[in-house]
Design a protein around this ligand. Structure first.
Ligand code: ATP
Length: 514
């Protein structure tokens, strides 16, 4: 008889002492499976990431279409009876029923399938707070794909986590790293083999699997104010001040940005205006979007504090203004690529940013990465019609970045009006942070120019090729003639590859000549 842990728990979970008894025998973080029903429950103080994973004892041909190998992993869907388990074969995404004798429970699995919410996963990684802590979860955006998430918290750097997409090769039915060029040729038959592979460990500094259950002292998104030390003010925005701060998270102090919102009592409507941004930020997780770590409340001042990832080099506009000269084309393409990848994610999530401009793009460590911030104007859109859900921002319309159809009527906000704004962002970058339409001081003049089909002229330092290939298509008058962000990502990727190849050829030419 296969006497596995899951059975033991089922039998014993009614008895009060059983969990204590079992916890001596099995890892502490595995709890009673009754909590499996409670997965993703963000309101409680504990996040369950546990789902039973079973391993095949032997290879087996089940039928013409489906077979599995020894060591393959299965996720339990449910137990049909004492002997038969309904499972999903992870390497092929095939559901089947297996006798318990053919499989055994895997307590060493790196899979944490209890949540695919990247925001929740990141909070768990922050809470567990060990550099290199990792887990493998299902991807929320890519069907039939997984993500290796690793926490790279260190005292020197910001609290960051990294996510590596793992897909299934349709021919070999093996796992591979889809976006990590150093690893994309290696195939893995199981997740356990993947995390032990020496080449993987060379590239990704994995240390410890995070537990099956993460406890939070407070609500998942709540960060106690006592754990924050404000250092100095970075800037002021419409809704409040932004401070650099240290977040005491367990034994570590993590540098963060704290956005203080106006006082609750004095300006209730401002807080209400801000709530949608908080809710949106909780759900958005992407490497090119500034991450929300949590929310704190100062009960003495009645302020709400948003704790986000600190972007060491501030906003792109400010940085460009301080630069001696316009950045080179390679850097601009790399920034444009980051922005488009972040915007593609928003596009996939049916979000419209509505305020894409250099002031809302933040520069990370080494000024190598740009991330999108400030969802103050962001809102969900209905994919089928262009219904606008809120119309409270008419006075705040950023005219210089606004597409002609939105200048005409705000109900025409769409991801394609963000593409227009992106075209203006590119102009802003080539103007070294200067306002677009520099000769026009009056908003009404800009509005009428744009509505009548005027297109911003090519900035002096911008090449014809860049202007014609990237900027002009984004500034097409008709929204449906503008590219989407996904196709911009492809154009930029291709362009980057051409540039690298060009440099390589030039370089080898020099070598040859010398
Ligand atoms: P608005 O409130 O209208 O959105 P804004 O974008 O200027 O205007 P904030 O988002 O409050 O206002 O930001 C104020 C300043 O703080 C910005 O100039 C930016 O440089 C800085 N800042 C904001 N968030 C961060 C962050 N996460 N890391 C580093 N600096 C930041």
């Amino acid at each position: 008889m296969v006497n596995d842990y899951f059975d033991l728990l089922n039998e014993n979970s009614k008895k009060r002492n059983s969990v204590i008894e079992l916890s001596n025998k099995f890892p502490n973080d595995i709890q009673c499976p009754s909590s499996i029903n409670n997965l993703n429950n963000k309101k409680t103080n504990c996040v369950q990431l546990y789902k039973p994973i079973y391993i095949a004892r032997h290879s087996k041909i089940v039928n013409d279409k489906f077979s599995y190998d020894e060591g393959d992993e299965f996720e339990l869907i449910n137990k049909l009876n004492e002997d038969y388990f309904h499972v999903i074969h992870l390497r092929t995404n095939t559901q089947c029923t297996l006798h318990r004798a053919y499989i055994y429970l895997d307590l060493e699995t790196p899979l944490r399938l209890g949540s695919d919410d990247r925001g929740v996963i990141q909070r768990c990684l922050l809470q567990y707070n060990i550099p290199g802590a990792y887990l493998i979860r299902r991807s929320k955006n890519e069907s039939n794909a997984f993500v290796l998430s690793i926490s790279q918290i260190s005292n020197q750097r910001n609290a960051e986590d990294w996510h590596y997409l793992i897909c299934i090769n349709p021919k070999t039915r093996c796992f591979y790293f889809a976006q990590e060029s150093k690893l994309d040729r290696i195939l893995f038959t199981s997740f356990r083999k993947l995390i032990h592979h020496e080449k993987v460990l060379d590239v990704i500094p994995l240390t410890k699997r995070i537990p099956f259950q993460i406890e939070f002292e407070e609500d998942l998104w709540h960060i106690p104010i006592r754990n924050l030390t404000l250092e100095y003010r970075i800037g002021i925005g419409e809704f409040g001040e932004v401070w650099r701060a240290l977040w005491q998270n367990g034994k570590r102090k993590i540098p963060v940005a704290v956005k203080k919102l106006h006082r609750l009592n004095e300006n209730q409507s401002t807080i209400n205006n801000y709530m949608p941004e908080i809710e949106i930020l909780k759900t958005l997780r992407n490497n090119y979007i500034v991450t929300l770590y949590g929310v704190a409340q100062d009960f003495q001042t009645n302020e709400i504090l948003l704790i986000t990832e600190l972007m060491e080099n501030g906003d792109l506009k400010n940085w460009l203004e301080l630069c001696q000269d316009v950045p080179n084309e390679k850097t601009i393409i790399s920034y444009a690529y980051d922005i488009c990848r972040g915007m593609t994610y928003l596009e996939q999530q049916s979000h419209v940013h509505r305020d894409l401009a250099c002031r809302n793009l933040l520069l990370g460590v080494g000024k190598r990465t740009v991330k999108i911030a400030d969802f103050g104007l962001s809102t969900f859109i209905n994919k089928n019609d262009y219904t606008q859900h809120r119309e409270t921002y008419s006075q705040r319309l950023p005219i210089r970045w606004t597409a002609p159809e939105v200048l005409h009527d705000q109900k025409f906000y769409s991801i394609k009006s963000d593409v227009w704004s992106f075209g203006i962002v590119l102009i802003e970058i080539w103007l070294k942070g200067d306002d677009p339409y520099p000769e026009e001081k009056e908003f009404s003049a800009i509005r009428s120019l744009v509505q009548n089909g005027y297109i911003h002229k090519k900035p002096l330092k911008c090449s014809d090729r860049f202007y014609n290939r990237l900027i002009l298509p984004c500034l097409s008058y008709k929204p449906n003639q503008r590219p989407n962000f996904q196709s911009l990502v492809e154009i930029l990727h291709q362009w980057n590859k051409e540039k690298i190849e060009h440099e390589r050829l030039n370089y080898s030419n020099v070598e040859f000549l010398s």
